[in-house]
Design a protein around this ligand. Structure first.
Ligand code: EPZ
Length: 419
């Protein structure tokens, strides 16, 4: 098992420039979208993270040919040779569920393992299945597998009970090849959903209302290929912005989309950091005094749940008490116990974490439980005096491209140890 070892310093100030990679949560549905056509789909700005490799292994099993290069990925699914997404792959990555809609729409059948448990919450997929049933799919669940079948999907008017990123993505993809008009209401408005929809439009789909709560999709008989760039990863960017504020440093982020980070930037400014925004660039200058504040996670454009753990670390250095309310996932405080090991002062009560600051943390051995929790432990390790060793770092590789290399170039003393 690999570990990450960090020599933390209370007076560390990160400095320099960091290039933001392409978005993990945008590229995964874009890869699944290539199932909707037999023509070639070319994706640019693809992050070389573990989840991309897992998704490509799954796609290969379904019949896809692909070429992954440093500067891009080309995919071609001339025919879907197998309709099955196995438990082994789905267990490794829940986003595998995103092949359900496009496979069903393209070939009339999809057999996908039901994703099991997850560290951050129950994460059911009932809204995906209800929506596909409303498009006329016959869905059965047996031996842990969902079987979805439909000779021809039919357009329908569907309202999501709650906002779901993956549910919106699966339904939009399926509706593109359904007969007639589909109206989707209470859609997720995340930039990753919009990036997927703009790819689908380039492939020939007819979609109105990109980025809005209601989208209208006119089904078409078939879709073609496209050339498309993946948006920058706003969560990776947010993680580095917090690193800049946390270490009272001075960082320039390049190849980033500031308009996707408005709420995060607002909160950083409230905490006292100076944030300057230019085209595809953000400069953050940390302040000596970090101010406490309350944060509530919510669907986009609200404060992203994927930034909650990282912000919690910043609030451990803030003067005063901060309350973080997690409204999206019911078990997304597992990083708290590990931060307590580093000397933070945090209490959890239901969906709220109460952070008392400022605290001086000291290095210790900790264990990551999920992707964003591992990012928060690395951030904490930067400013916890002495050595911090983060175990189970495979979580971090799922969504961050070479995070320790990027941090080292900014002045952090961080290395990866093989187990
Ligand atoms: C996406 O997950 C992201 N993953 C998550 O990022 C992110 O945390 C989440 O959206 C929320 O922003 C990818 O894009 C690959 P949801 P997703 O469906 O689509 C409930 C990361 O760290 N729900 O929007 O799975 C669900 O349980 C990951 O990069 C249902 O009840 O999230 C949750 O409480 C973690 N039934 C809420 O809705 C459903 O059918 C939002 O989930 C679907 C969801």
């Amino acid at each position: 098992m690999e570990k990450i070892k960090i020599a933390g310093r209370d007076d560390l100030k990160l400095k320099g420039t960091v290039r933001v990679s392409g978005s993990k949560n945008a590229v995964l549905p874009a890869i699944a979208a290539s199932l909707l056509t037999r023509d070639k789909v070319e994706l640019g700005n693809v992050p070389l993270v573990k989840d991309v490799h897992t998704m490509l292994t799954l796609m290969k099993g379904l019949g896809a040919d692909f070429h992954l290069r440093r500067n891009g990925l080309s995919l071609e699914v001339k025919t879907i040779s197998s309709a099955e997404a196995t438990y082994e792959l789905v267990r490794a990555m829940r986003a595998s569920i995103l092949v359900l809609g496009p496979m069903l729409a393209r070939s009339g059948k999809a057999v996908v393992a039901l994703p099991g448990g997850c560290a951050i919450g129950l994460r059911p997929i009932d809204l995906h299945m209800n929506g596909l049933q409303k498009l006329g799919a016959n869905i059965t669940l047996k031996h842990g597998y969902i079987t979805a079948e439909a000779t021809q999907l039919q357009g329908a008017d569907i309202t999501f009970e709650k906002k779901t990123v993956g549910g919106t993505e699966n339904l939009v993809m399926a509706a593109c090849l359904a007969r007639g008009e589909t109206v989707l209401r209470n859609c997720a408005r995340e930039p990753e959903v919009v990036n997927l929809c703009s790819l689908l439009v380039k492939m020939g789909a007819k979609i109105e209302g990109l980025g809005e709560e209601t989208m209208k999709i006119q089904g078409v008989a078939e879709l073609g290929g496209a050339v498309h760039d993946i948006i920058p990863d706003r969560i990776e960017a947010g993680t580095f912005l917090v690193a800049g504020a946390l270490t009272r440093g001075n960082l320039l982020l390049t190849e980033v989309e500031p308009s996707h980070l408005i709420t995060v930037i607002d909160k950083l400014r409230i905490s006292g950091a100076k944030v300057e925004v230019k085209k595809n660039k953000i400069r953050i200058t940390g302040s000596e005094v970090i101010r406490s504040q309350d944060i509530t996670t919510s669907p986009y454009p609200g404060f992203p749940t994927d930034m909650q753990a990282q912000f919690m670390v910043l609030m451990t250095r803030a003067s005063g008490t901060s309350i973080i309310t997690e409204t999206i996932f019911e078990r997304r405080f597992s990083h708290v116990n590990e931060l307590l090991r580093l000397g933070a002062s945090i209490e959890v009560s239901g969906d709220k974490a109460i952070i008392h600051g400022p605290t001086k943390m000291s290095g210790a051995e900790v264990t990551a439980t999920d992707l964003r929790a591992s990012a928060s432990l690395i951030l904490a390790g930067l400013v916890a005096k002495g050595w911090t060793v983060v175990n189970e770092v495979e979580h971090i590789d799922r969504g961050y491209e070479n995070i320790e290399g990027k941090l080292r170039r900014l002045g952090a003393d961080i290395e990866r140890l093989s187990g």
